[in-house]
Design a protein around this ligand. Structure first.
Ligand code: R5P
Length: 296
C-alpha cells in the first residue's frame, strides 16, 4: 500500500478526535485518524492513513500508560515515512506531578517520560503542564522545542463569552494554583488569591483560606487539574464558610468521575467547567485557537 502525501497534516487517535478535528480546522490542514489494531496478545499496530512532511500528532495523555507506547510507535512511523518536522501536541502532559523522588526507591517519572518522548519529536506543545518544581519545558525536555500554553487564559476566554460578575474573586485552591488562577483573573480584571493546601492522601486534603475576602462575593475556584475533585470540594466548603454567596469552579484538565460530580453538588458548587484538552462532559473552553497560534 502506498500512502498519499500531504505537506502538513494533523494525526489523531480515535480517542481524541474532537480536539484534533478542531485543530485541523483552525490550521486548515487534513486530519488523519490512526487505525490501531490490537493483536490477541495485547500488542498494538497503529496504521497511518497518509504521510506528511510537517506532521502534527495530537493526543492528550491522561490515563497514560498504554497510550504512551502507541504514541511512540506512531512518532516512529511518521519519522519513517519522511516527516521532516514532527510536532507532538499533548494537551495533558502526564507524570508532570512526579517531578521529585518523594521516597527512596521511586522513579523520577517526569524525567523518565521526557527520555521516552524526546528522541522522536522536534516540537512539543502542552497546556498547563504543572511546571512547579521544574520551572520550564526546557528544564524537563532539554532536547525539544517545548511550549507550555496557559489553560487559565483559555478558561478566561470562555468566561468572556458567557459574562461574569465583576465582584467575583478567583481562588486558586493551593499555593501552586497561582499559575492558572492569576492569568485567568488578570484576563478578566478580577481579584485573585490562593489557599493553603495540605494533602494527606489521594482523596484527603485540608484547605485553609485567608479570611476576610470572600464575604458576600461569588467565588470562582480555578485549578490546573481536577482529579478526585477533593481539592475543589474542600476549597468550596471553606469559601462558603467564609461567607461566599456562590461558588463555581473551572479546571484546565478535567479527570473527575461521576462520584466527584455528586461531591461537587453536595459542596454547593454551582458549576464546573474545563478546557477541551482532555475529552470530558465538562468541556467548555476550546484550546484549538491557542494551540494553532503556537504551532504557527
Ligand atoms: C495539585 O498539585 C494540582 O494542582 C491539583 O490541585 C490536584 O491535582 C487536584 O487533585 P484532586 O482533584 O484529586 O484533589
Amino acid at each position: 500500500m502506498t500512502l498519499n502525501h500531504h505537506n502538513r497534516a494533523v494525526f489523531a487517535f480515535p480517542d481524541s478526535q474532537a480536539g484534533a478535528k478542531a485543530l485541523a480546522k483552525v490550521l486548515n490542514v487534513p486530519l488523519g485518524i490512526i487505525d490501531v489494531h490490537t493483536f490477541p496478545d495485547g500488542e498494538t499496530m497503529p496504521q497511518l492513513p497518509f504521510k506528511a512532511g510537517d506532521a502534527i500528532l495530537y493526543r492528550p495523555l491522561h490515563h497514560p500508560n498504554s497510550k504512551i507506547f502507541e504514541v511512540v510507535q506512531v512518532l516512529s512511523a511518521l519519522h519513517d515515512t519522511g516527516a521532516l518536522k514532527i510536532s507532538f501536541v499533548c494537551p495533558y502532559l502526564p507524570y508532570m506531578r512526579q517531578d521529585k523522588i518523594f521516597h527512596e526507591g521511586q522513579p523520577l517519572s517526569q524525567a523518565v517520560f521526557a527520555r521516552v518522548i524526546s528522541p522522536w519529536v522536534h516540537i512539543l506543545i502542552a497546556v498547563e503542564p504543572h511546571l512547579h518544581r521544574s520551572h520550564s519545558m526546557k528544564s524537563v525536555f532539554p532536547d525539544v522545542t517545548g511550549t507550555a500554553l496557559s489553560g487559565g487564559l483559555a478558561l478566561a476566554e470562555y468566561y468572556k463569552t458567557q459574562g461574569f460578575d465583576k465582584n467575583a474573586i478567583v481562588l486558586g485552591p493551593d499555593e501552586e494554583a497561582w499559575h492558572t488562577a492569576k492569568p485567568f483573573a488578570e484576563a478578566l480584571g478580577l481579584d485573585w488569591t490562593v489557599a493553603e493546601k495540605k494533602r494527606h492522601g489521594d482523596r484527603e486534603v485540608v484547605v485553609t483560606l485567608e479570611d476576610g475576602q470572600f464575604k458576600g462575593r461569588p467565588v470562582i475556584i480555578v485549578d490546573d487539574v481536577i482529579s478526585s475533585g477533593m481539592t475543589i470540594v474542600k476549597a468550596a466548603r471553606e469559601a462558603r464558610q467564609a461567607g461566599a454567596n456562590s461558588v463555581e469552579a473551572a479546571g484546565v484538565h478535567a479527570l473527575f468521575d461521576k462520584k466527584a460530580e455528586a461531591a461537587f453538588k453536595d459542596a454547593g458548587i454551582k458549576s464546573v467547567i474545563s478546557c477541551d484538552g482532555v475529552p470530558h462532559p465538562s468541556n467548555k473552553a476550546p484550546l484549538a485557537p491557542l494551540i494553532a497560534r503556537a504551532l504557527g
